[in-house]
Design a protein around this ligand. Structure first.
Ligand SMILES: Cc1cc2nc3c(=O)[nH]c(=O)nc-3n(C[C@H](O)[C@H](O)[C@H](O)COP(=O)(O)OP(=O)(O)OC[C@H]3O[C@@H](n4cnc5c(N)ncnc54)[C@H](O)[C@@H]3O)c2cc1C
Length: 461
């Protein structure tokens, strides 16, 4: 019987779902899957993106873990595609590869002053508070007034984590360095800025509502932002999600504010124009323009410019994928160009610009690197179904590897001295983190330094 030796690069939800779906799919060939991740721990942004105070969402890890624990997928952690393994290596050892490398970097925001000291990307901050091994251990939380630019759930996560008292996070899995950093934060006011009105936000109602329950944090909304036009009123009447968001915000308008030691302000119709230098190269203020509805659901500037003193700013305007060596990349969208998961390239360069997009046989994409950084964890499942369907149907066009034995890739990694980890190693690390948690009266305490994660996983300590 034909056998598909498949490499999947990226052990986030997209990679794990793709493996699971393929193993369960109706097919007339055997399958053997190796799942690679650059991190020593699997689960991608579920472990390193979803906020620590969202245990229900973090709980999706249990379902992903069940897939890995079945034992029919080999896991190789701490293996970086592009450094430890190349596309040429994969071609020699596998019939095909699925890239599920996600999007981990901040999208740019092109306004003056965005590079000043005290200006940060949300993704880096998220990585820090979620204990990602590749960001510095300390974070400069020295601002009293902070701006967060963006009106999506990541902006809310960042604003909430900044405004929340550290002791209210003690029940979560935050690493010790994060607790200490947040505990020392002098923050009093967090200002969230959205260019459009309350009925155009990308928050989900649940995330928004949660803000209202933060102990000792007042939510401040401004009456001037609720002068709706017809388009906004229609949105409230016709869209259940907008209806709930509008209801939550209007309730807060009636709530007395002022008693809490911290405040979280929501500014709508406020378009950031510039981050103002305080004279020493640091963030000193945010300058923004008041906008107004344009009658078609969008906004236009009013020319009214305002300024608010801040000492730090976080841009939460989206994530962006990273190029992988040897793999086509769409620089505008930050994705691997593809047709329903089949990776496309420009074809034979001798065809010049006429080459057009042709399928790059044996190469597939799924998840955020396929579709862009939008959508929830559940969406990566339908993504994976589509990609896997093509992989199965493309049987005649798979690569024909030189050495497809399961041992050959292990030998290659060993030859190169790669300190890879495996599923047993992840279990060891997992148990270690749970034990650290138990000692501290918490569920889990994450291990942060990469070396320590690898040493524990490989049983070298
Ligand atoms: C801050 C934040 C909060 C979120 N909160 C929620 C939420 O509450 N609920 C929800 O449903 N969704 C949430 N999401 C969305 C969710 O995280 C994504 O939909 C999902 O993680 C995308 O899955 P993915 O597998 O495509 O990418 P990822 O989860 O990013 O996984 C990609 C994996 O590829 C690995 N990788 C990357 N490059 C390489 C390489 N060169 N070599 C080897 N491995 C590599 C990475 O280490 C990573 O493990 C959130 C996202 C963010 C950013």
């Amino acid at each position: 019987m034909t056998k598909l030796r498949l490499a999947i690069v990226g052990a986030g939800p997209a990679g794990i779902y793709a493996a699971d779906i393929l193993l369960k799919a109706e097919r007339n060939f055997d399958v053997s899957i190796d799942l690679f991740d650059q991190l020593p721990a699997p689960y991608g942004l579920v472990r390193y993106g979803v906020a620590p105070d969202h245990p229900r969402i973090k709980g999706i890890i249990t379902a992903l873990r069940d897939v890995l624990d079945r034992g029919d997928i080999r896991v190789f952690g701490n293996v970086r595609f592009g450094i430890d393994l190349t596309l040429e290596d994969l071609k020699k050892h596998y019939n095909a590869v699925i890239f599920a490398t996600g999007a981990v970097h901040d999208a740019d925001l092109d306004i003056p002053g965005i590079d000043l000291t005290g200006s940060y990307g949300a993704a880096r901050f998220v990585s820090w508070f979620d204990g990602h091994p590749d960001v510095p251990r300390t974070w400069p939380l020295d601002a009293r007034e902070v701006a967060v630019i963006g009106n999506g759930n990541v902006a809310l996560d960042v604003a909430r984590m900044l405004a929340k008292h550290a002791d209210d996070l003690l029940s979560t899995e935050i690493p010790a360095n994060v607790y200490e950093g947040l505990k020392a934060s002098p923050v009093t006011d967090v200002h969230v800025f959205g260019r459009r009105g309350p009925t155009s936000v990308k928050f989900t109602p649940l995330e928004l509502r949660e803000l209202g329950d933060l102990p000792d944090v007042d939510i401040v909304v401004y009456d001037e932002d609720f002068d709706y036009d017809d388009a906004a009123r229609d949105a409230v009447a016709s869209n259940k999600q907008v209806f709930v968001i509008d209801k939550v915000l209007n309730k807060w308008r009636e709530r007395p504010a002022g008693a809490a030691s911290r405040r979280l302000h929501l500014h709508f119709f406020a378009k950031p124009l510039e981050i103002v230098d305080d004279g020493t190269g640091r963030v000193g203020a945010i300058r923004y323009e008041r906008t107004t509805p344009n009658g078609q659901g969008g906004v236009v500037g009013t020319g009214e410019i305002r300024e608010l003193p801040i000492q730090a700013v976080y841009r939460a305007v989206g994530y962006f994928g990273s190029p992988l060596p040897g793999v086509p990349f769409d620089k505008k969208r930050g994705v691997i160009p593809n047709r329903e998961g089949q990776v496309l390239w420009k074809g034979d360069p001798s065809f010049g610009s006429k080459g057009g997009n042709t399928q790059m046989y044996g190469v597939y994409a799924t998840g955020w690197i396929k579709r862009g950084p939008v959508g929830l964890i559940g969406h990566t499942k339908s993504d994976a179904m589509e990609t896997v369907r093509h992989l199965i149907n493309d049987l005649g066009n798979w690569w024909r590897p030189q050495s497809s034995s399961e041992q050959s890739i292990v030998d290659l990694l060993d030859e190169r001295g790669v300190r890879y980890t495996n599923l047993d190693g992840w279990h060891r690390l997992d148990q270690h983190e749970l034990a650290l948690g138990a000692d501290a009266g918490r569920t889990r305490v994450k291990v942060v330094p990469r070396d320590e994660m690898v040493t524990i996983s490989r049983g070298e300590s």
